[in-house]
Design a protein around this ligand. Structure first.
Ligand code: FAD
Ligand code: UDP
Length: 371
């Protein structure tokens, strides 16, 4: 008999399990995948830690979260600065003075600000109601057309004027020559890979892989007093109110017999014709070196193709638009009646959480439950 059955060995489940163990609780972690770590799972291929479920760059402003993760892994100094490729024209991301200079030839920040203002007022937007209007208000029509529209519509499979404005507000807009993708005090990649970091969280905790909770629910509910469920909330209720929408991603991995494919960890293809959204070259998360500090002779790249999610696919991004948010609220009401089950994480709470927010949320739950 366990105090907690934790369903899912992603960051939410692993942090909660680690804390519960610290407080003397007996914990069993299960995952339906053959590996731990959920979406941050990395696998070593040709000496390179490949991010198997998409590139993950750890960044946070939360000092306690940074200190927390540093107990389980040392982090390197990687700073994310993706490049946008629009029909072979390369631009610096996020939107900063390098981007504005390349787009318009402007040199002074004031000129860039004036150009954005001119394009924004021409478009007649006062209060942005959707992603398209929000983007044009932030960076003007040229950047919207070349660097946002195509990428966003591929990523979300919906027109920009039907998407919520908040998605684009994730990206900084700067009138400085700073191409750090994040406004975060702390940033880096765990040395040795995320899987090692999560394995350290789960040290001395019983973990069973290839076990699907929903397929064995009646039996598994008998083994613990409480369940922490980090799978999709709608799947838990057998989609009885209808399926929530997610975006899925297909990764096409390739090992190349060359040292350097694109010279950067991430290149976004922002036109609408290229079928993939971005290409990740994993070795650059660790500066092209193996764990002994030697240069790597080969490289591994992943092309990411975004697609609509169907029941049975791997859900990645919750579509937090109005319709889905309403449906989620209905599922949340149902979940409140499950007194022995706690729903958490990106899928359990149907929330576009970054890693640091998921960890913070798991720590808050642990404090509420265990202290
Ligand atoms: P998950 O990692 O999804 O873990 C849930 C686990 O539950 C999975 O292992 C799953 O197999 C298991 N599970 C589900 N159902 C069942 C079941 N029925 N039975 C048993 N097990 C089950 N965040 C950042 O901060 N920086 C980034 O750069 C970044 N990049 C991202 C890129 C992509 C492509 C995606 C999709 C997300 C990215 N994120 C990033 C967000 C980050 O992945 C999440 O915040 C975090 O991994 C969520 O952790 P979680 O534990 O909630 O969910
Ligand atoms: N985005 C864009 N062009 C880019 C990169 C991002 O238009 O080159 C938009 C897109 O709508 C995306 C949003 O900005 O969904 C947020 O980007 P972010 O990189 O934060 O998305 P993530 O993949 O981390 O969820």
């Amino acid at each position: 008999m366990y105090d907690y059955l934790v369903v899912g060995s992603g960051l939410f489940g692993s942090v909660f399990a680690c804390e519960a163990k610290k407080y003397g609780k007996k914990v069993l972690v299960i995952d339906k995948r053959p590996n731990i770590a959920g979406n941050v799972y990395t696998q070593e291929i040709e000496g390179i830690n490949v991010h198997m479920y998409g590139a993950h760059i750890f960044h946070t402003n939360l000092k306690h979260v940074w200190e927390y993760v540093n107990q389980f892994s040392e982090f390197n100094r990687f700073t994310n600065s993706p490049v946008a490729n629009y029909h072979g024209e390369l631009y610096s991301l996020p939107f900063n003075m390098y981007t504005f200079n390349k787009m318009w030839g402007v040199v002074a920040p004031e000129e860039a600000a004036a150009k954005i203002e001119e394009q924004k007022s021409k478009a007649g937007i006062t209060e942005p109601q959707n992603l398209e209007e929000q983007a044009i208000s932030l960076v003007g029509t040229d950047i919207y057309e070349k660097l946002i529209k195509g990428y966003t519509e591929k990523q979300w499979g919906r027109p920009c004027n039907e998407l919520p404005a908040f998605i684009i507000k994730r990206l900084p807009v700067r009138l400085t020559f700073d191409n750090n993708y994040f406004n975060a005090l702390y940033q880096g990649i765990p040395i040795g890979g995320y899987t090692k970091m999560v394995a350290n969280m789960l040290q001395d905790i019983e973990v069973q892989l290839n076990v699907d909770y929903l397929e064995n629910k009646a039996e598994l509910d008998q083994v613990a007093t409480k369940v922490v469920y980090t799978g999709p909330i709608d799947a838990y209720f057998d989609y009885q109110l209808g399926a929530l929408e997610y975006r899925s991603v297909r990764f096409e991995n390739e090992i190349l017999n060359k040292v350097n494919f694109q010279g950067n960890a991430a290149v976004n293809y922002t036109d609408s014709e290229t079928p993939w959204t971005r290409i990740i070259e994993h070795k650059w998360f660790e500066f092209g070196k193996d764990k002994n500090g030697n240069d790597l002779p080969k490289t591994v790249i992943s092309r990411e193709y975004s697609s609509e999610w169907n029941v049975g696919d791997e859900p990645y991004y919750p579509v937090n638009d109005e319709k889905n948010s309403k449906l989620y609220e209905e599922y949340r009401s149902l979940s409140e009646k499950e007194s022995q089950v706690i729903f958490g994480g990106r899928l359990g709470e149907y929330k576009y959480y970054d890693m640091d927010a998921v960890i913070d949320s798991a720590l808050k739950l642990a404090e509420k439950e265990l202290v």
